[in-house]
Design a protein around this ligand. Structure first.
Ligand SMILES: Cc1cc2nc3c(=O)[nH]c(=O)nc-3n(C[C@H](O)[C@H](O)[C@H](O)COP(=O)(O)OP(=O)(O)OC[C@H]3O[C@@H](n4cnc5c(N)ncnc54)[C@H](O)[C@@H]3O)c2cc1C
Length: 307
């Protein structure tokens, strides 16, 4: 019986674990990936907004987190697949057959990029699907590329790619870009960037690598093909709540609802980080929420033992 089982070892889960350990709780962290860090692996831009630390990218911040983790004393199991969770019973069945039991849980499973679900999206992974404009712009220097999406992440990446690519075509479903003004205003005067609004990419095509996208414009009779060598998809994210969504209150997009103590609708089940923060997904928010959950659990358990 563990005091607390934390699901997910991104910034939220690691911060929660760190605090739980410091507060003397018997803590187990379960991470499905082989490595800890969550989305930090995908952050290739400098991190300037995590107060007190400035790093060149997510990997550098993760290195610092990892040093803290190594010095702490909680159990951390990576590469661990959860088969089923019973939140009310605080019981977890692992795919390995093992069953785990805790007094409390912290869900820190974060979010994943939303998929388009079009032909070519999976087939061309690593063969022209661009993961990061900041990281991969030199790889695609002088080439024509397409960015799908119209929010902050899409436009920030389009601007990064425009620094070295021949052309960047942004394809956005809506009437207007959703990106914040700071980004959107830089798109219009950039002669390398073209924006197709009210348009969707219906297919990514090619041979060994990406060679074209098929675009359908609203009101256009037939889709047309645009020759590109790279495609970057940024159409938002979705919360990793599939495993337990039916057992607690989630919003219409599947994000976990929490109160001011990070507690979910199931007593002694807490959530922290992006999975419960649709409006403000940040590293500082995630680490703060993890700390709050840990402190509340410690206070509740100590009250129980006092009583
Ligand atoms: C390109 C990019 C740039 C960013 N730049 C910034 C920035 O400059 N500043 C900033 O503050 N934020 C930035 N962010 C956001 C920041 O990375 C996230 O807010 C933060 O990582 C959220 O942490 P988290 O722990 O809640 O979730 P995540 O980082 O998503 O971690 C969740 C973890 O849970 C694991 N998991 C999921 N499901 C399960 C399961 N069923 N069982 C076990 N484990 C599971 C995942 O594998 C993952 O390791 C950026 C994000 C991206 C993608």
């Amino acid at each position: 019986m563990h005091d607390v089982i934390i699901i997910g070892a991104g910034p939220a889960g690691l911060s929660a674990a760190f605090w739980c350990d410091e507060l003397g709780l018997d803590t187990l962290v379960l991470e499905q990936a082989e490595q800890i860090g969550g989305q930090l692996h995908r952050v290739h831009n400098p991190i300037k907004n995590y107060l007190g630390l400035e790093t060149h990218n997510g990997a550098e911040l993760l290195e610092i987190f990892s040093r803290n983790v190594d010095a702490a004393d909680f159990d951390l199991w990576t590469g661990t697949a959860i088969d089923a969770i019973d939140l009310r019973a605080k019981r977890i069945s692992l795919r390995s057959g093992e069953t785990l039991q805790a007094i409390s849980m912290i869900i820190a499973t974060g979010v994943r990029p939303r998929e388009l679900g079009i032909p070519g999206e999976k087939e061309f992974a690593g063969k022209g699907i661009i993961e990061s404009g900041a990281r991969d712009r030199e790889l695609f220097a002088g080439k024509d590329v397409c960015v799908i999406g119209g929010g902050d992440a899409a436009i920030e990446n389009a601007l990064a790619l425009a620094e070295s690519c021949a052309t960047v075509t942004v394809v956005h479903r809506g009437k207007k870009l959703r990106a914040r003004r700071e980004f959107a205003e830089r798109v219009q005067p950039n002669h390398r960037v073209t924006v197709f609004t009210e348009s969707v990419v219906t297919r990514i095509m090619g041979g060994a690598e990406v060679e074209a996208v098929e675009i359908q414009r609203k009101g256009g009779l037939k889709p047309f093909q645009l020759a590109v060598r790279g495609v970057l998809i940024r159409i938002g994210v979705e919360p990793n709540t599939d495993l337990f969504r039916e057992q607690l209150q989630v919003n219409e997009k599947g994000y976990v609802g929490v109160n001011g103590e990070q507690e979910t609708s199931v007593p002694m089940v807490f959530a922290a980080g992006d999975v419960s923060s649709p409006l403000a997904p940040t590293i500082s928010g995630a680490t703060g929420a993890g700390a709050t959950a840990a402190k509340v659990i410690a206070a509740r358990l100590s009250k129980k033992s006092d009583g």
